[in-house]
Design a protein around this ligand. Structure first.
Ligand code: FAD
Length: 491
């Protein structure tokens, strides 16, 4: 069998896989992405966070396309949760980090959203092969060196690469080849039963695009507007109440809706969609878990393959795309010959676990139902060690920006200034044409100028130019364009 060779091969074309593939291909590396299904395909996880939309998607160069796709605008969340009987609402704009044009996210039909990200990967140079199920990793001693997969014609194929990414989600078994074990949380062991309705009520403007989350005796409901008329509705029940979603799913869902007065009211005039991709009533275990290690030499877990936390704060796509960004930085640094694998992947794992841990720890306190929202806000401040007010800490945590990463909040300004800077370098180098001064035709010289210019770019960022501090003692910092790691040298 002939073995193809790439710099990076990615298993899975969900948000995690397409993000890491794109961000590595954008640095000129050869990337193959293998996806088992043929897109568009159904997936749950429809409520996004601002950090994904304005941070990672801006870096991917896809933010404007998303803005034009007609997805409902999510300005925040509305909860009937905790001791207070009335619903309460938060807005992302309550935090200075997400003010103005970055104070919203979208509610997305995942078939459309994931297709946009995968098409974007293709257009940025990733070789994407759909209908290709990855079967196994290839190893050479300690190191993972490639993948075996089956192509759409049923032929077994093999590919080798410096890095193999498992972004194949929570159902695939590939992750186990990284070593360690998948530890399930004792605390979060719920089951979700969900379907789609036409004609459900909407919250009043301007929060009509908010996610509505309503606690009731057996668990909680999500109510996500996917268009003016289509709503995603899911009941999440505790493991002890699992029998409530067994048997006839239609009856089970209607009985649970009847248990929850607010959702009953919102669906009073609605009809359940019974045909097409939204016609099926689906059940998913949403048990929370994390793998004891996120990487081994040559292999990295991204997104759900590494860990998953209870969906109440819609953090899944954020964790998938954020971990993809961290993995891409790590790979870009190693492939550029600037840092070694162990150093960058230690940083990768520490940052991903920190973000996961913040959601996990906070969620434990969020399930205390006998307190009101002020107590949740205070808990968020405690968990994130934020210096802002309690409510800002809460909004930043659940907006996905509590890490303080500039790339997640100021990606648009960074992109603008990167473009300005690249244009300036090209002007100095005499452009790419035949009239270019010979010295500047050398890639090495051009690259060196670009590297030096990063320092300048940080200066151009004005207020954002404060040198980033490592998140962990002895750790790395992010390059100004957000695409690599840099060693930290205190001034
Ligand atoms: P996925 O989106 O699962 O993508 C993995 C891809 O890999 C798939 O396309 C799959 O076909 C492919 N694949 C699988 N096996 C193979 C193989 N062997 N070879 C090649 N390809 C393969 N998240 C949110 O952000 N907001 C929400 O509102 C939300 N609600 C949720 C509600 C519930 C009940 C649950 C369970 C989850 C929810 N999530 C939510 C989480 C969200 O679904 C996931 O976290 C997110 O999809 C993870 O992205 P990913 O790229 O890691 O994996």
């Amino acid at each position: 069998m002939s073995v193809e060779d790439f710099d990076v091969v990615v298993a899975g074309g969900g948000p995690g896989g397409s993000t890491v593939a794109t961000l590595v291909a954008m640095r000129g590396h050869r990337v193959l992405l293998l996806e088992k299904e043929v897109f568009p395909r159904y997936q749950i996880g429809e409520s996004l966070l601002p950090a994904t939309v304005h941070g990672v998607c801006r870096m991917l160069g896809v933010a404007d396309e998303l803005a034009g796709a007609g997805f409902p605008i999510k300005r925040g969340g509305t909860f009937r949760w905790g001791a207070r009987p009335e619903p309460w609402t938060f807005h992302f704009g309550m935090s200075a980090k997400m003010s103005g044009s970055t104070s919203h996210a979208y509610q997305v039909e995942r078939a459309k959203f994931d297709q946009i990200l995968l098409n974007n990967a293709r257009s940025k140079g990733v070789v994407v092969r759909e209908g290709c199920a990855v079967d196994e990793v290839v190893e050479d001693g300690e190191r993972v060196t490639g993948l075996r997969y089956t192509d759409p014609g049923g032929t077994a194929r093999e590919v080798s690469a410096r890095f193999v990414i498992d972004a194949s989600g929570n159902k695939s078994r590939l992750y186990s080849r990284v070593g360690g074990t998948r530890n399930y949380s004792e605390f979060f062991r719920s089951l979700a039963l969900f379907g789609y309705f036409e004609g459900g009520k909407r919250l009043p403007a301007p929060v009509s695009g908010n996610i509505l989350s309503v606690a009731f005796d057996s668990g909680w409901f999500w109510y996500i507007p996917l268009s003016d008329t289509l709503t995603s509705v899911g009941a999440v029940v505790r493991r002890e109440d699992a029998e409530k979603i067994q048997g006839d799913r239609e009856k089970a869902l209607m009985d649970l809706i009847a248990e929850c007065p607010m959702i009953s009211d919102y669906l009073a005039d609605a009809t359940r969609v019974t045909t097409g991709k939204y016609g099926e009533l689906r059940v998913r275990k949403d048990y929370s878990y994390q793998q004891t290690t996120f990487w081994r030499p040559g292999m990295i877990l991204v997104g759900d393959a590494a860990c998953f936390v209870d969906p109440v704060f819609s953090s899944g796509v954020h964790l998938a795309t954020y971990s993809a960004l961290l993995a891409a930085r790590s790979i870009n640094s190693v492939l550029a010959g600037e840092l070694d694998e162990k150093t960058v992947l230690t940083e990768y794992e520490a940052r991903y676990r920190r973000e996961y841990g913040v959601f996990y720890e906070f969620l434990v306190s969020f399930y205390q139902m006998n307190v009101n929202e002020e107590s949740y806000f205070w808990q968020a401040k405690k968990v994130t060690k934020n210096e802002n007010t309690d409510i800002e800490s809460f909004v930043e945590l659940i907006g996905g920006v509590s890490s303080g990463e500039t790339a997640l909040t100021a990606a648009d300004r960074i992109a603008e200034r990167s473009a300005e800077f690249a244009a300036a370098v090209d002007r100095m180098a005499g452009g790419d044409g035949d009239d270019m001064v010979p010295m500047f035709k050398s890639q090495v010289v051009k690259q060196a100028m670009q590297e030096a210019g990063q320092v300048q770019m940080r200066a151009m960022l004005g207020e954002d130019a404060e040198p980033e501090l490592p998140l962990f003692p002895g750790g790395l910092v992010t390059s100004p364009d957000g695409m690599k790691w840099l060693p930290y040298h205190p001034a």
